[in-house]
Ligand binder design. Structure first.
Ligand code: ADP
Ligand code: DP6
Length: 510
C-alpha cells in the first residue's frame, strides 16, 4: 500500500504480552521471565489541532496548552486537560461523567514536564500558533486497541456468531466495546502497560525528543536498545508504577517496549525515591534518564523457534492477580526453606524452556531440512508419541521438541505444587484438565497458564496451522469452562512508530 505521511500526526503502537514462564519468580531480580509480545497492539495517535476552548470550564492563560484525549471504543472515555508551560502543571478541567484516567493523566503530566524541561520551545510553539483566545492550538490524542485486549464474547453473541477465530475476524477492527473502561472484560494482554508505552512513545516522537528511527518501525530494530528506546522504557515503567501505586516487576512494560525477550527486572530502588507526589522536575529527569545506572533490567532477545506459533484463549472466569501474588509472597515468607527449594526447581524448569527455544532456533539455522522434516512429522502426532518412533530418535529437532513438551509439563507440575502449598489456584484442576487435553492434540508442543495463572487464560504453542485449528476445535467443544480464542499471535517487535495514513480505522477516529 502506498501511504503518504500526515504532517503533525504521530502514531505509535505497543504490543500486548504473554508471560510464558517465570510468573512470581520474575518479581525477584535473581530470576528471569520469558515474555512474548503479541501482534495485537495498543495505539496512540497525537495530532496538533486547533481546539475551541470558548466554552471550557477553565480559563486558559497565556501559558496553557489544551489537550483532548479520547478512547472512542469505550463509553464515557474522553478527558480534557490543560498543561501550563510555566508551572508544568496538568489540570483536568472536564471529562465524561467527571471520570479520571489515572494512567493517561500520569503519563501526560510526566512526559510533558520532561519535554518542556528539555526542549521548551517545542511546546511553546503551540502557544505561538494559537489564533485567538477562542481557538488555541493544542493536542488531540486518540487511544485505540486491537479487539483482542477486551473480551468479544458479547459482541459475538449479539451478532449470533460462535466463539471462534473465524467469527472474531468478522468484528470490525478496533470495534466499540459498548462498555466503560471500568466495566470492560479484559483478556490479560496488559492493556495499561501497552497504552502507557504507546502514549509515551507517541508524545516523545511527536516533539522530536526521540528520533523516529531510534524507536524503529515494526521489525527494523537493532538488538542494542537506542538511548531513545531506553528513555521510552524508563518513562513508561515509571508512569505505570506511579499510576498503579506500586513498583511491580515491569515485565509487561518491558514487553510493550522491546517485544519478546528474556526479562530480568530492574532493582526497585531506581524508583523508590520518586514515587512521592513531591518529586521535583530535576529528580524526574535524573530518574528517567537513559544514563541512570539504576535501570539495571536485562533484556535478552529470544527467538521463538521457527514454525512454532502461539495460540491464546481467554477463559471466561477471571482471577485477581494482585491477591494471588500477595498470597504466594506471604507463603514464601512464612516457609522460607521450602520456598527456596521450590523456587530453585521452578527456576531450572523455566530456564530449560528458554534454552530449548534457543537450541531449536540453532537447529533450524544448522540444518533447515532436518528441522522442517521433524516439525512436519511431529505436527501430525501428539507429543506423547514423539519419542516412540525409532526412525525419528536420531533427529535432533525431534528430541528438542519432545524435551520442550516434557519441559512445560515439568513447569506445570511445579506451578501446581506452588499453588497447592500457597493455597492459590495457579493451575486449578479445571485448567489442568483443559491443558492436558490441549497437550494431547497432535502438533501441540506447549500448553500452560501464562503469568500468574488462575482462571484468566491459557496459551498453546503449535507446530502447524492444522494443529492450531485442532486446538481451536477442542476449545469450542469444551464444556467445563467457556474457552474463547484470541486472534493474537507472537510478534518480534516492540513499540513502533507507524504511518498514520496506513491505519484508516484510526484515522476515522481522530
Ligand atoms: N484503550 C484504552 N484507553 C484508555 N485507557 C486505557 C485503555 N486501555 C487501558 N487503559 C487504562 O488502563 C487501565 C486498566 O489497567 P489494569 O486494570 O491494570 O488492566 P491491565 O491488566 O489490562 O493493564 C484502565 O482503567 C485505563 O486507565
Ligand atoms: C505474578 C507475576 O509475576 C506475573 C503476572 O502476570 P500476568 O500476565 O498474569 O499479569 P496481569 O496481566 O497483571 O494479570 C506478577 C508480576 O510480575 O507483575
Amino acid at each position: 500500500m502506498t501511504c503518504t505521511t500526515a504532517e503533525f500526526t504521530t502514531l505509535a503502537s505497543a504490543p500486548g504480552k504473554v508471560l510464558i514462564v517465570g510468573g512470581y519468580l520474575v518479581l525477584d531480580r535473581k530470576h528471569t521471565g520469558l515474555v512474548v509480545g503479541t501482534d495485537s497492539c495498543l495505539y496512540s495517535a497525537v495530532q496538533n489541532q486547533m481546539l475551541d476552548v470558548s466554552n471550557a470550564a477553565f480559563t486558559f492563560g497565556d501559558a496553557d496548552v489544551p489537550i483532548v484525549v479520547q478512547s472512542p471504543q469505550f463509553e464515557s472515555a474522553w478527558w480534557k486537560y490543560s498543561f501550563n508551560l510555566k508551572t508544568n502543571m496538568l489540570t483536568q478541567y472536564e471529562s465524561a461523567d467527571q471520570g479520571r484516567n489515572g494512567f493517561v493523566q500520569v503519563v501526560l503530566q510526566t512526559t510533558l514536564t520532561l519535554i518542556n524541561t528539555q526542549v521548551p520551545k517545542v511546546l511553546q510553539n503551540l502557544i505561538l500558533t494559537s489564533a485567538s483566545s477562542t481557538y488555541r492550538t493544542g493536542l488531540k490524542i486518540i487511544l485505540a486497541a486491537d479487539n483482542d485486549f477486551y473480551s468479544q464474547r458479547e459482541a459475538l453473541e449479539n451478532l449470533g456468531l460462535e466463539l471462534t477465530s473465524q467469527s472474531l475476524r468478522q468484528i470490525p477492527p478496533m470495534a466499540n466495546t459498548g462498555k466503560t473502561l471500568d466495566t470492560v472484560h479484559k483478556t490479560g494482554l496488559g492493556s495499561s502497560a501497552a497504552m502507557v508505552t504507546s502514549l509515551v512513545a507517541s508524545l516523545l516522537a511527536h516533539f522530536g525528543i526521540v528520533n523516529k528511527a531510534d524507536i524503529g518501525t515494526d521489525n527494523d530494530r537493532s538488538s542494542i536498545p537506542s538511548q531513545g528506546l531506553k528513555l521510552i522504557h524508563n518513562i513508561a515503567q515509571y508512569t505505570h508504577c506511579l499510576a498503579q501505586g506500586k513498583v511491580g516487576s515491569g515485565f509487561d512494560v518491558s514487553a510493550a517496549v522491546y517485544g519478546s525477550h528474556l526479562y530480568r527486572r530492574f532493582s526497585p530502588a531506581v524508583l523508590e525515591g520518586v514515587m512521592a507526589e513531591s518529586t521535583s522536575t530535576m529528580e524526574l529527569v535524573q530518574a528517567t534518564s537513559p544514563e541512570n545506572p539504576g535501570w539495571n533490567s536485562d533484556v535478552q532477545s529470544v527467538a521463538i523457534p521457527p514454525r512454532l506459533t502461539l495460540r491464546l484463549a481467554d477463559v471466561d472466569a477471571g482471577s485477581n492477580t494482585p491477591s494471588m501474588v500477595k498470597k504466594v509472597l506471604q507463603w514464601q515468607k512464612a516457609n522460607l526453606e521450602q520456598a527456596v527449594a521450590l523456587w530453585a526447581s521452578l527456576d531450572d524448569a523455566n530456564n530449560n524452556i528458554g534454552r530449548i527455544w534457543s537450541e531449536l532456533a540453532a537447529a533450524h539455522a544448522r540444518d533447515n531440512a532436518e528441522y522442517n522434516n521433524a516439525i512436519d512429522w511431529c505436527a501430525q502426532r501428539p507429543s506423547s508419541e514423539w519419542t516412540k518412533e525409532p526412525n525419528m530418535l536420531s533427529s535432533p529437532t525431534c528430541a528438542l521438541l519432545a524435551g520442550l513438551a516434557a519441559g512445560i509439563l515439568r513447569v506445570r507440575q511445579l506451578q501446581r505444587e506452588l499453588g497447592e502449598r500457597a493455597q492459590v489456584p495457579i493451575e486449578p484442576p479445571k485448567q489442568t484438565r483443559l491443558l492436558d487435553a490441549c497437550m494431547a492434540v497432535p502438533g501441540v508442543c506447549m500448553a500452560a497458564v501464562p503469568g500468574a495463572g488462575g482462571y484468566d487464560a491459557i496459551f498453546c504453542m503449535v507446530l502447524s496451522p492444522e494443529a492450531g485449528d485442532a486446538v481451536e476445535r477442542l476449545w469450542s467443544k469444551w464444556t467445563e469452562m467457556s474457552v474463547g480464542p484470541l486472534l493474537a499471535k507472537q510478534a518480534s517487535g516492540g513499540v513502533s512508530i507507524l504511518n498514520y495514513d496506513c491505519y484508516p480505522n484510526l484515522k476515522a477516529l481522530l
